[in-house]
Design a protein around this ligand. Structure first.
Ligand code: XIL
Length: 317
């Protein structure tokens, strides 16, 4: 509906699916992921990150990333590629090095040239820079920011544009789904790049929300419009809506309306072009590993029955 091009799910390579001991679920999982027609898009949750693709300087390895990207191709799905420059899951050699500006510029250019070059023409979009902002809208400290300042964002987008001109180039971050100092920070990045004549095509709202305290649909609409007005597209790139465990009728109902509101906001704002849930099957979600005592953030329970939120999404679409 409206401007929506796809509804998809991110997925991982079997060896990295979050919870061990679910091998017996793989056949049913793969059937839903690739064969059921539920999803028209995917994103590799890990395999294209720096620590996997360039674990040592110049030592490029596409094995993990290729598992998901080749399945996307085989199944004719949109592919979002994730993520070129990010402070987290960064190779230790980059993070721990002491670099001059010139050295770090070269490292960024070499990384993007090789990685975006490897997948050239296959990615609907690339998350060129991921999570550059603090909650107050200032730039986050990272090896990239500490050495190069704001220049690293310009260099990353410029290089990505040269290497894969057909991929949509995105800035991607979390907590951008309602108006705040951080959404203003992300708007500032879009304006800054455009003012420099550097191409940016989209802003990814990761959308890692909490069922019990999710924003209203109007807040979502305001935030999405705020970006769309700047002439970039918007996508929900890593949607999950977690809850304090256990799941009950109450928090599952809250989750249902939270999903419906966010997906509904995307559908209602022209310029919001796609939705990706960050995996679809609760046992393979990252949530319990990062947010203790929280979980059940996706649309399929452990026994493969669907959350009430699945119907909320269907209603929104
Ligand atoms: C997460 C993955 O899902 C986990 O498997 C991994 O251990 C850590 O990263 N923001 C992002 C994603 O941009 O890449 C993160 O993915 C979740 C937060």
């Amino acid at each position: 509906k409206a401007g929506l091009k796809y509804f998809g799910a991110a997925t991982d390579t079997p060896g990295f699916r979050e919870r061990a001991g679910h091998e017996s679920a793989y056949a049913q999982y793969d059937q839903i992921m690739w064969d059921s027609g539920e999803f028209g898009q995917t994103t590799p949750t890990n395999g294209q990150k720096w620590t996997f693709v360039e674990p040592t300087r110049g030592g490029f390895n596409y094995t993990e990333g290729e598992v998901v990207t080749s399945l996307a191709k085989k199944n004719g799905m949109y592919l979002r590629c994730h993520a070129l420059v990010w402070h987290s899951q960064l190779a230790a050699w980059v993070e721990q090095g002491t670099w001059t500006k010139d050295e770090l510029r070269q490292i960024i250019v070499d990384h993007i040239t090789n990685v975006a070059g490897h997948w050239k023409g296959q990615c609907y979009a690339w998350d060129v820079v991921n999570e550059a902002l603090n909650e107050d809208g200032t730039y986050r400290e990272s090896v990239f920011y500490n050495v190069l300042g704001e220049e690293y964002l310009k260099l990353a987008f410029k290089t990505a544009h040269q290497v894969d001109p057909k991929a949509k180039l995105y800035y991607n971050d979390y907590n951008l789904e309602w108006p705040s100092a951080k959404t203003e920070g992300a708007q500032r990045i879009v304006k800054m790049l455009k003012a420099e004549g550097i191409r940016i095509d989209g802003v990814g709202l990761q959308a890692h929300l909490v069922a019990e305290s999710a924003p209203t649909i109007d807040q979502h609409i305001d935030a999405i419009r705020g970006f769309a007005k700047l002439g970039v597209e918007v996508a929900l790139t890593e949607l999950d809506i977690r809850m304090t465990m256990p799941a009950t009728d109450v928090n599952l109902a809250q989750q249902r309306s939270a999903y419906k509101n966010l997906v509904g906001a995307c559908v209602q704002v022209c310029g919001c072009i796609g939705v990706t849930i960050w995996d679809f099957y609760d046992p393979f979600s990252w949530i319990p590993y990062v947010f203790p005592a929280e979980g059940a953030g996706l649309l399929w329970f452990e026994d493969f029955s669907k959350h009430p939120a699945y119907d909320g999404v269907v209603e929104a679409l």
